[in-house]
Design a protein around this ligand. Structure first.
Ligand code: ZN
Length: 164
């Protein structure tokens, strides 16, 4: 059905990926789980990854290394914030060192809990992979045209995408 389509803005892509640190340790992978589905060109992947995937065909495999500034940013020691518990899911279950998701204007952001108070939580806004040079191994599983609804919403629907 989508035979021969190449990756381009406003097409929906399905990928499997693994991310390894500079020492070769795998830090993240979805090889075992559900493939990741993304509306290409809408920022759900890092800009450097979207650029690397541009023009590729399904079945292609990419391997490349990104420096911190191309990946999740440099680690900043002062990048912390005290926020109200109402902005966090299940705030009373959080413990220092745990990761949680903060909803921001730019979308969901993974943050690390520093300290939990009565009404507020101190969080570290650095991405857990900030400061790391990372190797990406990406397999492009499929490429298809987006539906009008997906384009209107700005994200992919269906398995691996948004369900609503
Ligand atoms: Zn939607």
């Amino acid at each position: 059905m989508s035979e021969g389509l190449l990756v381009a803005k406003d097409r929906v892509i399905t990928v499997r990926y693994a991310i390894r640190g500079a020492d070769g340790t795998e830090v993240e992978s979805n090889r075992e789980g559900e493939p990741f589905v993304s509306l290409h060109g809408h920022g759900s992947l890092l800009p450097a990854i979207e650029t690397a995937l541009d023009g590729k065909a399904s079945g292609e495999r990419l391997n490349f290394t990104l420096t911190p500034d191309q990946a999740f940013g440099e680690h900043r020691s002062d990048f912390t914030q005290r926020i109200s518990k109402k902005y966090l899911p299940n705030p009373n279950r959080l413990k220092p060192g745990e990761q949680t998701t903060l909803q921001t204007r730019e979308g969901p952001r993974t943050v690390t809990v520093i300290k939990v108070g009565g009404k507020v939580v101190d969080i570290d806004l650095n991405h857990p992979l900030a400061g790391q040079t990372l190797e990406f191994d990406i397999e492009l599983v499929s490429v298809r045209e987006a539906t009008a609804e997906e384009l209107a919403h700005g994200h992919a629907h269906g398995p691996g995408g948004h369900h609503h």
